[in-house]
Write a protein that binds this ligand. Structure first.
Ligand code: SF4
Length: 502
């Protein structure tokens, strides 16, 4: 039984006139979800030959189409491998799994499926992933089976039935038990992952990198985020399982870890002080394991920084914050945090009030000051603009506060900061998508132009701003807050700028 799992090509969105990237470009990062699924399939079906093909891992650029975006023309291209390796791999394949996590990659995924089927008409094809969970009906015409849920939750019997008999949409009965996951690097050459693919890092950061997900889901349910709506209740590994994973990573030579979970700190969200303390002790124990085993790490998916405020003592949890962001050692052997993505989300108070996860801006600044005191080398913050109720006033306050945050970090001269200004994007499966669709606020079609669902191009017609205007404002804000050099580097490379101080 030959099973092939495919990560499809990346997408490039480029302004035809200026030649500048309009979206981020992430190709060479370790694909944690693909690894987890491969490992599960191989353990459950030991007689199967399970292989992976990462179509993002290549240098080819293939023009696909253009999109008219206001008075601009955007060139959409596929990035990564050519289709040749896919042809070679699918010849001997019985079952093909393709993941579709990002709406903007829809056409890349469909292209892989179409080409694979043309090469080998005997193939049984399957699809899963976040975007599929939100839009199973859209995908069902392109494959034999659409899987809604986590493949890792399937037992051997369920998996065999799924592979041989399924037709149409199949829903998982339950979420995966995180402690049942087994570490494995099947078919993965980890030496490929020399960087985290988000921009240059300090010289002391060692490779290879690999991702780790010790939890899934979230205790919150923010309107713009798919996590709670698609991944469900919060589940996490116990310390024994985390220890097992870290030992395996260390044995195999992994040096730096991208923590890619949705919300590590949901463990700390609690109704009582005692319950919170239990969660804090658990997180501190995870950090302790990472340090003892000599890893460098990034909070690649971000931390819910509001949870660093202890509501029972009405103060920053300094002990927890310092543990998460600190690093120590010499340039030859540094251990600890190199970079933290910090999702500030909204900075205008009326909008902040709608998010249960956000504390007041004054409290946020207290938290950020403690983070800055750790001298963590890189902090990349995310700020979202462009919901339908955005106004000139809210944009102005957002810019002032974002600039204040950048200065707060950079005043020490130790932490380099980039404030990423994102366009609000209604992701399928979220309340935002349903609400904005109902209000008729979506000016572009998700079926015709899924490539615009990148967080850098707005698709929302607001009360004051058109989507194209909002995209222009987003770029101007990025330039003014971060300085033209860093913002230009982002637009040229799709990655964060790091200057010579590191
Ligand atoms: S706290 Fe973060 S992960 Fe959880 S729902 Fe909100 S945005 Fe998503």
């Amino acid at each position: 039984m030959n099973i092939l799992l495919v990560e499809s090509n990346g997408i490039k969105v480029e302004d035809v006139n200026s030649g500048e990237n309009v979206g981020p470009i992430r190709l060479f990062h370790p694909k944690g979800n693909l690894l987890a699924i491969t490992s599960h399939l191989q353990h459950v079906l030991p007689e199967a030959k399970v292989r992976t093909l990462d179509m993002k891992d290549g240098e080819d650029t293939k023009s696909f189409k253009t999109i008219k975006y206001g008075d601009r023309k955007l060139q959409i291209s596929f990035l990564g491998k050519t289709l040749r390796p896919l042809e070679e791999e699918v010849k001997d394949t019985d079952f093909l799994f393709v993941t579709s996590n990002f709406t903007c990659e829809t056409n890349s995924v469909l292209r892989v499926l179409d080409h694979a089927k043309k090469t080998n008409s005997r193939l049984r094809t399957f699809i899963g992933g976040s975007d599929v969970m939100a839009r199973p009906d859209f995908y069902k015409d392109y494959v034999d089976g659409v899987f809604v849920g986590e493949i890792e939750s399937l037992s051997e019997e369920e998996l065999r039935s799924f592979l041989f008999n399924s037709k149409g949409i199949i829903y998982a009965k339950d979420n995966v038990n995180m402690n049942s996951l087994k570490p494995d690097f099947i078919g993965l050459d980890i030496s490929r992952f020399k960087e985290s693919d988000e921009g240059p890092l300090p010289k002391w950061v060692r490779s290879p990198f690999l991702s780790l997900e010790t939890s899934r889901g979230c205790k919150r349910a923010c309107n713009f985020c798919t996590t709670a709506y698609l991944k469900g209740r919060y589940r996490y590994m116990n310390l024994e399982t985390i220890n097992k994973f870290l030992d395996f990573y260390k044995q195999r030579g992994v040096k730096s870890i991208l923590m890619i979970e949705d919300n590590l700190l949901s463990r700390v969200q609690a109704q009582t002080e005692a319950e919170r303390e239990e969660g804090v002790i658990e997180v501190l124990a995870i950090i302790d394991l990472l340090k003892k085993k000599g890893f460098v790490w990034e909070w690649a998916n971000g931390l819910e920084i509001g949870l660093l405020w202890n509501p029972f003592k009405n103060e920053v949890d300094v002990r927890l914050t310092e543990a998460l962001y600190s690093h120590y050692g010499s340039d030859e052997m540094m251990v600890g945090c190199v970079r933290g993505y910090t999702p500030l989300e909204k900075l205008y108070q009326n909008f902040m009030n709608k998010f249960k996860k956000l504390v007041s801006f004054d409290k946020e600044k207290e938290i950020l000051k403690v983070i800055a005191s750790t001298n963590v080398p890189l902090i990349h913050c995310g700020v979202i603009i462009g919901t339908p109720d955005e106004t000139e006033d809210s944009i102005k306050i957002t810019e002032e506060r974002a600039t204040e945050v950048k200065e707060l970090f950079e005043s020490s001269g130790q932490t380099q900061t980039y404030i990423n200004v994102f366009a609000s994007i209604p992701l399928p499966g979220t309340p935002d998508y349903n609400n904005f669709s109902k209000k008729g606020a979506l000016r572009y079609s998700i079926t015709d132009s899924p490539e615009l669902w990148t967080f850098t191009t707005s698709v929302i017609q607001g009360r004051v701003f058109s989507p194209e205007n909002m995209t222009r404002i987003r770029v101007e804000l990025s330039d003014r807050i971060n300085g033209p050099e860093a913002a230009k580097y982002w637009r040229k490379s799709g990655k964060y700028f790091t200057d010579s101080m590191h």
